[in-house]
Design a protein around this ligand. Structure first.
Ligand SMILES: [Ca+2]
Ligand SMILES: [Ca+2]
Length: 660
């Protein structure tokens, strides 16, 4: 604590002690702030991040049917970007880039992490919060994180002092689109949606009424945090769960807009922005605070009236046409960013970290990043163009590159909303597919990407192709089969034991009493004797999954042998309805007829945190030679009463049997 306060005081003391010579040297700084003294402390940063909000969902970007006066005020008193991009038009990839200043390829986070994901943002990655915390900032995240929900990946392990919110998307819950508990399909298999405080779940979002509270809850935390930290530099990251479906809004705003529930939710978000601006003003912090407002990707258009609008832009979320990655962005810092300004220069969320680091005097990350410092653009320096190109990745595919006004799209297959009838009342409609060729669009003359101009501008195509090659070499590209040399691994949860194991029965004969579920068949019984142990990821092909059923396997060593030890491993991942056996029994035999039980383990089924693997090992008493070893495991059968899936079929996952 004292370090943080001390940093601010040190800087203030330094500014107070500079002499005439130093003042002369810093006249450039003073002149661009209109004669005002430099702020007495590095600026606070408030970063408000929407979920699935489209390009045309704010008043000043053309929203219809509701007003957003507080958000528009950020534009009136700051800078409006018309050509601002997220790295990918999907939640986790987009957030990985926002937090690290990197294309998501570089940090190994793709798509939207599911509740059973065992990966997350790598421990070696430095986030905006990390760099600001080292600079002495108080840091907080209130809202949707979605960069890994296991403890090593949560905000407190990535530079934040405080966290409150959902660890992933608000639709990753066992509730149907009608708001009733889901009894079948993918949703039935989701765990109950937890609400975290710091590192632990403190509540659950079980109903649509619970969703109605989220915007208000996040806002109250944000306002309290500003109050508590008004005397020191702070970084407030407010990634709203809205306006991602299922939409939720408080009673104060329900029915207020002329655009249905979506408009109501946007009005509540606008209220929230107003509360934050008011709080900054109350503490006289407006001129000490950079406020940034943007979105993680464009609208999820097949949700119809429950989705936003991309306005003139083509397509939406999940595509790399402009409606997917191009989002509104407003930045306000009175006295430093000219009021009422607009820019059509290219900029991206990946540029926020280096920009903020430069503004605050924080050290940039040790690892290579992709972002550039946008400050020359923010302060309105004539001709500033800190970024002249942008790579549009989706998944591991480099789908397009923008250079200046031109966007070259590479041949790929994409999700498409065009020509589909959207759903309504919170239910999704279908999505289609579209195949593109090599297509060139002039985004200045043709913002909707309607006229392929590749044939008219071969030199532009060639120039952007060459640029694309640099990205493919460094960051990879699945469309051209390239692996990048500059990519880093995400963080992975891994069992605390070697992945490979040598033992006497590798490649041996095994008989299963009943086959595993066809959903998790591995390579059949051979999976249990291949010398490889399962990871924490039950999708890794190394586990045999048994649904609501017991397990029995018999190993035949081929001839009587001296056996000292026999063991078998099981996985537990309760959020995915996978439990340890309630009883494991290991028995040996010389003739496959008469078995002697050498060990039995009873396991109490109790609530447990993240995934774990447990090996059940028996020491075999010296005596008669052993040819057969039998493993029996009794399943808990159904999820216990305290579990979110109470009464549903429980899973049991077995892997490597080791014989020594
Ligand atoms: Ca999103
Ligand atoms: Ca194995």
């Amino acid at each position: 604590m004292s370090v943080k306060v001390g940093t601010a005081q040190t800087r203030r003391a330094f500014l107070g002690s500079i002499g005439a010579g130093a003042l002369a040297m810093s006249c450039r700084t003073i002149s661009r702030t209109g004669g005002r003294k430099e702020p007495p402390r590095p600026p606070n940063v408030v970063l408000i991040f929407m979920d699935d909000m489209g390009y045309a969902d704010i008043g000043c970007y053309g929203a219809q049917g509701y007003e957003t006066p507080h958000i528009d005020r950020l534009a009136g008193e700051g800078l409006k970007f018309t050509d601002f991009y997220v790295s990918q038009a999907v939640c986790s990839a987009s957030r990985a880039s926002l937090m690290t200043g990197c294309y998501s390829e570089r940090v190994g986070i793709q798509g939207a992490l599911m509740p059973w994901a065992t990966i997350g943002l790598g421990p070696g990655e430095e986030t905006i919060a990390d760099v600001l915390k080292k600079r002495g900032y108080a840091t907080a995240c209130f809202g949707k994180w979605h960069l890994g929900h296991h403890r090593p990946f949560l905000p407190l392990q990535h530079g934040f002092d405080e966290y409150f919110g959902l660890p992933y998307s608000n639709d990753m819950w066992p509730v149907g689109f009608d708001g009733r508990p889901a009894t079948q399909g993918t949703k039935a298999g989701y765990p109950v949606l937890p609400l975290y405080q710091d590192n632990d779940p403190v509540d659950f979002i079980r109903t649509l009424e619970d969703q109605d509270r989220l915007t208000g809850l996040y806002t109250e935390h944000a306002v309290r945090f500003i109050d508590e930290n008004k005397d020191r530099p702070f970084f407030l990251y407010l990634p709203h769960s809205m306006v991602h479906i299922p939409l939720g809004v408080s009673a104060d705003f329900r029915g207020r807009s002329r655009q249905g529930l979506y408009g109501d939710v946007m009005m509540e978000i606008d209220w929230s922005v107003g509360r934050i601006i008011e709080r900054l003003a109350r503490h006289d912090l407006e001129k000490d605070t950079l406020v940034i407002f943007t979105s993680d990707n464009g609208p999820w258009l097949n949700f119809g009236g429950h989705a936003g609008s991309a306005g003139p832009l083509r397509e939406g979320k999940g595509t790399m046409f402009e409606g997917g990655p191009r989002v509104p962005c407003l930045m306000r810092w009175p006295g430093r960013i000219p009021a009422g300004a607009a820019t059509d220069r290219i900029a991206s969320t990946i540029d926020l970290l280096p920009t903020i680091a430069a503004l605050t005097g924080a050290n940039p990350p040790k690892n290579k990043i992709d972002g550039v410092n946008l400050w020359p653009l923010l302060e309105g320096r004539p001709g500033a163009e800190p970024r002249d190109h942008f790579f549009y990745y989706y998944g591991r595919q480099l789908r397009a590159v923008r250079k200046g006004r031109w966007k070259l799209i590479f041949p790929h297959e994409s999700q498409s909303y065009a020509g589909q009838t959207p759903g309504k009342d919170g239910f999704p409609g279908p999505t289609g597919k579209i195949k593109t060729g090599l297509e060139l669009y002039d985004l200045v003359a043709d913002i909707s990407e309607t006229r392929d101009a590749a044939g008219d501008h071969p030199a532009v195509v060639a120039e952007i192709q060459a640029l694309a090659e640099t990205a493919r070499g460094e960051l990879g590209d699945a469309l051209t089969g390239r692996k990048g040399w500059g990519v880093r691994e995400p963080g992975r949860l891994a069992p605390d034991r070697p992945a490979k194991i040598a033992h006497a029965a590798v490649g041996g004969a095994i008989r299963l009493l009943a086959p595993p579920s066809p959903k998790y068949p591995g390579k059949g019984g051979a999976t249990l004797l291949d010398g490889e142990r399962g990871t924490f990821d039950f999708h890794d092909g190394r586990w045999l999954g048994f649904e609501g059923a017991d397990f029995e396997a018999v190993i035949d060593l081929g001839r009587p042998a001296a056996v000292a030890k026999a063991a078998v491993g099981f996985l537990e991942e309760q959020t995915s309805w996978i439990f340890l056996p309630v009883r494991v029994e290991i028995a040996v035999s010389a003739d496959d007829a008469r078995y002697d039980v050498v060990a039995a383990f009873d396991e109490a089924t109790v609530p447990a945190g993240g995934p774990r693997v447990k090996d059940y090992a028996a020491a075999i008493p010296k005596g008669a030679p052993v040819r057969y070893v039998r493993f029996r495991a009794k399943s808990v059968g159904t999820c216990p009463s305290w579990h979110a899936g109470a009464g549903g079929k429980a899973w049991m996952f077995a892997d490597e049997i080791a014989i020594d």
